[in-house]
Design a protein around this ligand. Structure first.
Ligand code: UD1
Ligand code: UDP
Length: 382
């Protein structure tokens, strides 16, 4: 029997981190041919993930431009995908999550009548401008996809409520699979600033912030809150790997440059990042991925956004929505720094997002869909 040809399309750092284990898992199975196409929506931050997971791209559209617009990412991807799909002739195209690469990759597949599998399906805030443009991207991809790989039961309910067509599976999130290989107690950082930190004696806070809907005043408020926190708490160290977006860097460096105890460093590779989170005191972020990873490591998270599409860890008590106003962000950060009971209540390892076997379930679901396996995978959490 012919192998099933699966083409995974991704382009940003988080998609790569979450798709790498799946591309590799499929490649190791005899019934699959696993190909990968990078859009190159990100460049350095994407290449770093490919290196860590020893992955090689079969196709690379290399679309990134400085200060790129949503229209340029989308149109350049769709044009580039025409040739890739014509050449590769895949049986299935996999896209991940909610970026512009995700949406454009799925739309290209549809134009070529290739079925789409959506990994990390069913996340919703129900506010189409927050996160922007991600909420709309993932909703539109939901309509295009035939196979929906939902990380949690809550994500599947979101799709059912919208009466989204297609086959739906609860698989867990592949990022928990990725963490099985990246987090190691004996890990030695390859970034000098991280090796110099005294994780035992100081309170290290890990920070990231990059979302488009936070550009402007919300991001300035967040940076002002971090500045005040660092100036008023001599016991802490803020480690902030700053996203390469020039819009983000102007804001961050404009407010936090030369503030004592704030370490503004370039993005770090995913192994350094996961091990930094594993050793820090708590996390402040507007990132989606960090909201899934930190709870698995038992680290409290303050989410620097007005809403979240990941309510599972909020319910479990590990994550709190801090919003984008300075006073509330400061209040919650001070609580974690000064109230041991409140800290301990949040610092509990919970794994609502997966058990490390998401790739196995996704592979089995694909095989089942194409009649190559008699058994549908059991749901995560069942
Ligand atoms: C994108 C995704 C967002 C995701 C985030 C993960 C969209 C619309 N946004 O947002 O959903 O959460 O990635 O980080 O799909 N840049 C570099 N080198 C890199 C990466 C980025 O220089 O390796 C700079 C470029 O100037 C680029 C800018 O960052 O134009 C913004 O990148 P872009 O992908 O448009 O937006 P992100 O904020 O990264
Ligand atoms: N990450 C990383 N290096 C960094 C910052 C983040 O490897 O300097 C990882 C992080 O652990 C997570 C992913 O990147 O796996 C999250 O990406 P990002 O915050 O850019 O996007 P989002 O998850 O918000 O879409």
């Amino acid at each position: 029997m012919n192998k099933l040809k699966v083409l995974s399309v991704f382009g940003t750092r988080p998609e790569a981190i979450k798709m790498a284990p799946l591309v590799k898992y499929l490649a190791a199975l005899p019934e699959f041919e696993s190909l990968c196409c990078l859009t190159g929506q990100h460049r350095e931050m994407l290449d770093s993930v490919m290196d860590i997971f020893h992955l090689r791209a079969d196709y690379d559209l290399n679309i990134m431009q400085e200060r790129q617009t949503l229209s340029s990412i989308t149109s350049r991807t769709i044009l580039g995908m025409d040739e890739v799909i014509a050449k590769a002739q895949p049986d299935l195209i996999l896209v991940h999550g909610d970026t512009s690469t995700t949406f454009a990759g799925a739309l290209s597949a549809f134009y070529h009548r290739v079925p789409v599998g959506h990994v990390e399906a069913g996340l919703r805030t129900l506010d189409k401008y927050s996160p922007y443009p991600e909420e709309m991207n993932r909703t539109l991809v939901g309509d295009i996809a035939e196979l929906h790989f939902c990380p949690t039961a809550n994500n599947l309910r979101n799709l059912e409520r919208e009466a989204v067509a297609g086959e739906k599976f609860i698989t867990g999130n592949t990022v928990i699979d990725a963490m099985q290989t990246t987090v190691r107690p004996d890990f030695v950082f390859s970034v000098p600033e991280l090796n110099e930190l005294d994780f035992g004696g100081r309170k290290v806070i890990t920070v990231t912030c990059h979302r488009r809907e936070n550009y402007g005043e919300p991001m300035r408020n967040i940076m002002e809150a971090l500045r005040e926190l660092a100036l008023t708490h001599p016991e802490l160290e803020i480690v902030y790997p700053v996203h390469l977006s020039p819009v983000v860097r102007e804001c961050v460096f404009g407010i936090l440059r030369d503030v004592p105890r704030v370490h503004l460093i370039d993005p770090i590779d995913v192994e350094n990042m996961h091990n930094l989170m594993a050793r820090c005191c708590f996390v402040m972020t507007d990132s989606g991925g960090l909201q899934e990873e930190a709870p698995a490591l038992g680290k409290p998270v303050l989410v620097l956004r007005r809403e979240t599409e990941r309510p599972e860890a909020v319910k479990a008590g590990t994550v709190k929505l801090a919003g984008v106003e300075k006073a509330e962000i400061l209040r919650l950060a001070e609580m974690l720094l000064t109230d041991e009971a409140a800290y301990n209540a949040m610092a509990r390892a919970v794994n609502p997002y997966g058990d490390g076997h998401a790739c196995q379930r996704i592979a089995q679901a694909i095989a089942w869909h194409f009649g190559r396996s008699a058994e549908k995978p059991a749901d995560f959490g069942a």
